[in-house]
Design a protein around this ligand. Structure first.
Ligand SMILES: [Zn+2]
Length: 141
């Protein structure tokens, strides 16, 4: 821009009106579209969304919970958020705290095998014939 003379004789600044800082993103995707497409399908978002930022904006608008770009990016790459509010907004199952075994360091569904008491082994089950005879004996006195 060429400095132009004003009526009062001062010159206009060379950079007047020029925007400062980094120019805004164009909203053009630089990522492989597969991940974003998967998100669009998963959350039934309108087609034409091309960026993680746009996905985050749409999910935030829809759920009322602020979903950040980072959250969306991590979700697309298999890292789920931890905060219950965000999980609910993203239709993810809730987390529940579970006690980890002190001995093994893992979560058991069944009682811990390592801490089972080495007590008396259970008496072997009688076979059917002996069981029948046993019962008969008890019935007949
Ligand atoms: Zn254990």
């Amino acid at each position: 821009m060429k400095p132009t003379k004003r009526q009062d004789g001062t010159r206009r600044k060379k950079h007047a009106g020029r925007k400062r800082g980094r120019p805004k993103a164009l909203g053009i995707s630089v990522h492989s579209l597969n991940e974003i497409t998967r998100l669009l399908e998963r959350y039934r978002l309108p087609a034409g969304i091309l960026t993680y930022r746009a996905v985050a904006k749409e999910l935030t608008r829809r759920s009322g919970v602020t979903i950040t770009v980072g959250t969306v990016y991590r979700l697309a790459h298999g890292i789920e958020p931890k905060q219950p509010r965000v999980r609910a907004a993203l239709e993810l199952p809730a987390f529940e705290s579970v006690k980890v075994c002190e001995t093994c360091g893992v979560v058991h569904v069944k009682p811990c095998p390592a801490t089972r008491k080495p007590g008396k082994p259970r008496a072997p089950r009688l076979d059917r014939r002996r069981l029948a005879l046993e019962l008969l004996g008890q019935l007949l006195g």
